[in-house]
Design a protein around this ligand. Structure first.
Ligand SMILES: *Cc1c(COP(=O)(O)O)cnc(C)c1O
Length: 406
């Protein structure tokens, strides 16, 4: 007989890494409701509600605001493959792992990538972006808002203005900031912005909110080709066909429009999760939510510094919801992270690429952007660091953080 293994029954872990984080209980409940057929009027009603809710979350009037089924990079890939044709120029603003991911995906679209590079831990100068845009005249500029690999948030407004002036489309990956820091899509003049649920939106990964300006939608629809088995008489395609079926935004928008042209089977439980995440965000209020994330982040920084540790990166542009902690000399980087889990059931994040083994990344996002999660994490970190031979002053981290909340 095949072993069926035991029912899922793991310890309740506090997820304080840079995502995924603990899911809001209301979102878990929404995911457990019974399914509906994807053309059921009740269900298409939910789809329309999701569009309306995410207009609020993205601070936009964009008609084309919906979710792509898949993790955050499904949104990224859909945005890039649906706008870029082979040979198109794209300027990638890069100062971290996720900037490199944008370039990698653009290259797979056979676009020509021009980098505007910043050092990890710093932001990129908008003037350098403008110089590149003037020189290259790209179809698209691609940029990350908050790059969790470095904990730094790139100011977008100046880049949006540059893109409008030079008639380039602007794509922004706001996966790590949506619902935690302001993502004012219309004020940014951004054309396509995508995200995920597993960071500040407080949900599981698996659904990628996306918003698309009319001018970006016009460009995408100039490449619309209805799938063969669905096309009626007179439905011929135009432009170069988008290189992915699953991520073809022209087809996905036809599915989310009143036409309801079938594409994939909407991932209903993820749609319910995305809907509940947005309801929670808007009920709390955007400003209150951003303030809560800023306060929790400030408390984490105060606690880390009081423990005698150094926070990584340009503090003037640090994301409020992730803190990079430079591992002090003499402690075992991996063992500190492991003991946070084995002794305290707390997960913190490691780092990638040039920062691997050098900084831990601690998130304060969604339901975990609150006092008890910050204080528990600091108390645990202090103990683990002492066990590993680093003389963290007893109680100092918790005291400093508690003061920020007081
Ligand atoms: C976390 C993160 C992602 C994650 O993508 P997934 O496909 O959901 O794993 C993408 N972009 C940024 C900027 C992130 O911080």
């Amino acid at each position: 007989m095949t072993d069926t293994f035991k029912e899922l029954d793991h310890p309740a872990r506090l997820l304080m890494g840079p995502g995924p984080i603990n899911v809001h209980p209301r979102v878990l409940r929404a995911m457990s409701v019974q399914l509906l057929g994807q053309f059921d009027p009740e269900f298409t009603g939910y789809m329309n509600e999701v569009m309306a809710l995410y207009r609020g979350v993205f601070q936009t009037a964009n008609r084309w605001t919906f979710v792509v089924d898949g993790t955050s990079r499904a949104g990224i890939e859909a945005a890039l493959v649906s706008t870029l044709s082979p040979g198109d120029d794209v300027v990638v603003v890069n100062a971290g792992r996720f900037g490199l991911l944008l370039a990698e995906i653009a290259e797979r679209c056979d676009a020509k990538v021009t980098f505007v590079e910043g050092e990890w831990g710093q932001v990129v100068d908008p003037q350098a972006v403008e110089d590149a845009v003037k020189r290259v005249k790209p179809r698209l500029v691609a940029c990350v808002h908050g790059d969790t690999s470095t904990t730094i948030a790139q100011p977008i407004e100046a880049i949006g203005e540059i893109c409008r002036r030079h008639d380039a489309l602007l794509y922004v990956d706001a996966t790590a900031t949506l619902g935690g820091m302001s993502v004012p899509v219309d004020n940014w003049q951004a054309d396509i912005v995508t995200a995920g649920l597993q960071k500040c939106m407080g949900g599981p990964s698996g659904s990628a909110p996306i918003t698309i300006s009319d001018r970006a939608a016009d460009h995408i629809f100039s490449r619309r080709h209805v799938e063969k088995g669905l096309a009626g008489p007179g439905m011929t395609g135009n432009g170069r066909r988008i290189a992915s079926n699953y991520f073809d935004l022209a087809m996905i928008m036809d599915y989310w429009s009143d036409k309801r042209l079938n594409h994939h089977t909407e991932a209903a439980s993820m749609l319910f999760a995305a809907r509940e995440c947005a309801r929670i965000v808007l009920e709390e209020g955007l400003e209150a939510r951003f303030a809560r994330h800023a306060e929790a982040g400030a408390a984490m920084v105060a606690g880390i510094e009081a423990l005698g540790l150094t926070v990584y990166g340009d503090q003037a542009h640090k994301m409020t919801n992730v803190t990079g902690v430079i591992a002090p000399a003499g402690v075992d980087y991996d063992r500190v992270k492991a003991r946070m889990r084995t002794e305290f059931e707390i997960e913190i994040g490691a780092a990638f690429g040039p920062l691997a083994g050098k900084i831990w990344r601690i998130g304060t996002m969604g339901v975990n952007a609150r006092k008890h999660a910050v204080l528990q994490t600091l108390a645990a970190l202090e103990a683990v660091l002492r066990w590993e031979g680093f003389a963290a002053p007893a109680g100092a981290g918790v005291d400093a953080a508690a003061k920020v909340f007081a």
